[in-house]
Design a protein around this ligand. Structure first.
Ligand code: NI
Length: 174
């Protein structure tokens, strides 16, 4: 039975740190169960992507579950030790993050991403994604490098978001 993990909110230090690659031992030891827990946690929280540092694990992996949309095919996958191989184009759209509840701000990202990663069996694969799926891969890969979407906002939007976070923290709603 998959269990629901606690999602950490900004500015927990693990969210601002570079995550560690999953080793061969890591693949052998309970990774499948952890990945199932991450899918369950993400679905329960209504998210389309969730990176391991967001549940307090310094591991280079994330799960994503993107419905088919105007600019993107449906993608449900786990990307372990992902590497961005190629990006092109540009898109700007509202973005959210499960570690920033209630914050939605426009973020500029590339329109297309080609990435390479390992699946839960340790098999390497490539993914060629556009639109929301590309946005998700870039956002989640950022998490593995300790970069949060605040860092990708314009200065104005970032200041607005930070003020809102402070207000919510004061009210004990963060
Ligand atoms: Ni996020």
């Amino acid at each position: 039975m998959a269990k629901r993990l606690r999602i950490l909110h900004y500015p927990e230090p693990v969210l601002l740190s570079v995550a560690k690659p999953v080793s061969d031992d890591g693949f052998a030891n309970g990774l499948k169960a952890f990945v199932e827990d991450m899918f369950t946690t993400m679905a329960d929280a209504g998210g389309v992507g969730l990176a391991a540092p967001q549940v307090g694990e310094s591991k280079r992996l994330f799960v994503m579950d993107i419905p088919e949309g105007d600019d993107s095919a449906a993608v449900r996958a786990v990307l372990i030790n992902p590497e961005i191989l190629h990006v092109e184009g540009e898109q700007t759209g509202d973005e959210g993050c499960l570690s920033f509840p209630g914050i939605f701000q426009p973020v500029k990202r590339e329109m297309r991403v080609v990435a390479r990663a390992f699946d839960v069996e340790g098999k390497e694969f490539e993914i060629d994604a556009t639109g929301l799926a590309a946005r998700c891969i870039l956002h989640e890969t950022d998490h593995l490098d300790g970069i949060v979407f605040l860092d990708r906002m314009s200065r104005l939007k970032r200041d607005l978001a930070k003020r809102k976070i402070k207000r919510l923290q004061k009210r004990g709603e963060w």
